[in-house]
Design a protein around this ligand. Structure first.
Ligand code: COA
Length: 460
C-alpha cells in the first residue's frame, strides 16, 4: 500500500499531527504503581528502605551515609573514601601543603595508591603529553553544530575522539589506561573550547581558543582556557583544584558511574562509555543539579522579599515543594541524597571554602541564603512528605556559589563536574571490564498481553 500525499503542508499541520499522536500515546506510557508493587520491582534499583540494590564489588571508592542497625537504616555523618583515603583528609592536606591535588587524585583512583614524588612527576608529564586536541578537531567537531549545552558538546567530543584513536577498541589494561589519561588531559580542552565556540556563535564575542600549557595544573589550565585574557590568581586556581578533587569520584552506583559500568560491561570502547556517563551526569537529578540550584536560588531571590525572614523563606520553599514555584518539579535542588543522611562530606568541604570566600568577596548574603535553605528544608520536607527521613545538603548546594565567586559562567558548572568525574568513571570502567566479566542485564516484567495481528485495512 502506498500513501499518495507524503508532504506536510505547514508547521500547523505538523503540530496537529504530532498532537494527535501524543494523545494516542498517553495511555501507552502509563503503568499503575501497583504493578511495580505486585512484581516486587526495586524502583530505581533501590531496596524498600531506599538503600541501593547491591550491584557489584569495588575497590575504587566508598560513599558511606548510614548503618543498618537491627534491620533499620540509621543515619550517620557522611564519609567519602577514595581508594581507602578520606576525601576530606586529602583535601585538607593539599590545602595545608599549598599544592594542587587533582592530578594526584587521578593517580590514586587509577593506580590504587598515593604516588611518590617521582611517580607523580612521571604521571603529570604523561598527562601533559596528551594535552592537545587532534588536528582539525576544533573545526570539524566543536565548531560545526555548536550547542549552548557544553555537556552535549563534551559528550559528542569524547565520542568523536574514537575516530582519531589508532587503537580505539583494544580493551587491555594498558590501552584503557592510555585512553583514560588522554581523557583527563583532553576533556577540559573540549569543555573550554566548546564554551569559546558557544560564546562566539550565540554571544557574538570574538573566538579565543586558548590552549593549555604543559607546566600548569588542570585547574590553572581550565581558567587560562576559559578566560579570554588567560588570567587567574593562584588562590582561584587552588580553590578550583579543590572542587575537582571533591567531585572526582563517588562510588560505582551513582547514575553516571553505573551508566559507564553498564556500557563497559558490554565490551564497548572507552569513548562510548565515557560519553554515556557525561550524558547521565547532565541530568538535573544528578550533576545537572548544580545549575538547577543556581536557577532556584535566583528564583527564591526574586520571589522572597526578605530572605533573612525564616517564615517567608519557609513559605516559599514549601511552594517549591508543592510544584507551585521554581521549575515546577517539586524538588529543592542541592538537598537530599541517595546515600548521605546526616551530612554529605563534599557539601561540608565546599561550604567551608564558600563561607571563607563569600566573606572576602562580599557574597555574604548569598551564602546566608544557601545556609538558610540547608537549615529549613529538612523540616519542610518531613512535614510535607509526612515521612521521618533525614535529609542534608548535597555537593551541589554550595558548588555553584563557589563557581559564581570564581567568575565561572553558569553553563560551565556541570562541565566542571564532568571534567573532575572523568577520573572516577575511567577507574570504574577499568575495574568493571577487568573484574566483573558479565554483561549487566537486569530484567523487566512485560505486562502487555499478546495480541493477534490485524491487517492494516481492517484496523479500527
Ligand atoms: N526536594 C523535594 N523532594 C525531594 C528531594 C528534594 N531535594 N529529595 C527527595 N525528594 C523526594 C523524592 O522526590 C521522593 O518523593 P516521592 O516519594 O513523592 O517520589 C522522596 O523525597 C524520596 O526520595 P529519596 O528516596 O529520599 O531520594 P532519592 O534517593 O530517590 O533521590 C536525589 C536522591 C538526590 C535524586 C533527590 O534527593 C533529589 O532529587 N534532590 C534534588 C536534586 C539534587 O540536588 N541532586 C543532586 C544530587 S548530588
Amino acid at each position: 500500500m502506498q500513501f499518495e500525499d507524503k508532504i506536510i503542508a505547514s508547521d500547523a499541520e505538523r503540530t496537529d499531527l504530532l498532537r494527535e499522536l501524543v494523545e494516542e500515546s498517553v495511555s501507552t506510557y502509563q503503568i499503575p504503581g501497583a504493578a511495580f508493587d505486585n512484581y516486587h520491582i526495586k524502583r530505581g534499583l533501590r531496596e524498600p528502605d531506599g538503600t541501593g540494590v547491591m550491584a557489584g564489588v569495588t575497590r575504587v571508592c566508598n560513599a558511606h551515609g548510614y548503618v543498618i542497625n537491627e534491620g533499620e537504616r540509621t543515619p550517620v555523618d557522611g564519609e567519602l573514601y577514595y581508594r581507602g583515603y578520606r576525601m576530606s583528609t586529602l583535601c585538607e592536606n593539599f590545602v595545608k601543603e599549598n599544592r594542587f591535588g587533582f592530578a594526584e587524585t587521578c593517580y590514586l583512583l587509577f593506580f590504587g595508591h598515593l604516588p611518590t614524588k617521582e611517580q607523580l612527576e612521571k604521571f603529570t608529564r604523561l598527562i601533559s603529553s596528551y594535552e592537545a586536541l587532534p588536528a582539525r578537531f576544533d573545526e570539524d567537531i566543536l565548531m560545526k553544530a555548536p550547542s549552548k549545552s557544553i555537556m552535549n558538546k563534551m559528550a559528542t567530543g569524547v565520542l568523536s575522539l574514537y575516530a582519531y584513536d589508532e587503537d580505539p577498541d583494544t580493551t587491555t589494561l594498558e590501552n584503557m589506561l592510555r585512553q583514560s589519561m588522554s581523557l583527563i588531559a583532553r576533556v577540559p580542552i573540549i569543555a573550554a573550547h566548546s564554551y569559546a565556540v558557544a560564546r562566539n556563535v550565540f554571544g557574538g564575542h570574538s573566538l579565543n581558543l586558548n590552549n593549555p600549557r604543559p607546566e600548569l595544573s588542570t585547574a590553572e589550565n581550565f581558567l587560562r582556557m576559559l578566560r579570554p585574557d588567560k588570567s587567574y590568581t593562584d588562590e582561584e586556581a587552588k580553590l578550583l583544584d579543590l572542587c575537582l578533587v571533591v567531585h572526582a569520584e563517588h562510588g560505582g552506583g551513582n547514575n553516571s558511574s553505573f551508566a559507564c559500568r553498564v556500557l563497559s560491561s558490554s565490551g564497548t570502547d572507552t569513548y562510548s562509555a565515557i560519553s554515556a556517563a557525561i550524558g547521565s551526569l547532565k541530568g538535573p537529578r544528578h550533576g545537572g543539579a548544580n545549575i538547577k540550584v543556581q536557577e532556584m536560588f535566583d528564583d527564591i531571590k526574586a520571589g522572597v522579599r526578605n530572605p533573612r525572614d525564616d517564615e517567608e523563606l519557609t513559605r516559599y520553599l514549601l511552594k517549591i515543594m508543592e510544584g507551585k514555584a521554581g521549575d515546577g518539579s517539586g524538588l529543592i535542588y542541592g538537598m537530599g541524597h541517595a546515600i548521605y543522611t546526616k551530612s554529605d562530606p563534599r557539601a561540608l568541604m565546599l561550604k567551608r571554602h564558600a563561607r571563607d570566600l563569600a566573606e572576602k568577596k562580599g557574597f555574604g548574603e548569598d551564602f546566608a541564603l544557601l545556609e538558610a535553605i540547608e537549615r529549613l528544608t529538612p523540616e519542610i520536607f518531613r512535614e510535607y512528605k509526612g515521612i521521618n527521613k533525614q535529609m542534608c545538603a548535597n555537593v551541589d548546594l554550595y558548588s555553584g556559589l563557589i563557581y559564581r565567586m570564581l567568575n565561572i559562567p553558569e553553563m560551565m558548572y556541570t562541565p566542571l563536574f564532568a571534567i573532575a568525574r572523568v577520573a572516577g568513571w575511567c577507574a570504574h570502567r577499568m575495574e568493571e571490564f577487568i573484574t566483573a566479566k558479565r554483561i549487566i542485564r537486569p530484567a523487566y516484567k512485560c505486562i502487555t498481553p499478546g495480541r493477534d495481528y490485524i491487517p492494516l485495512d481492517k484496523r479500527r
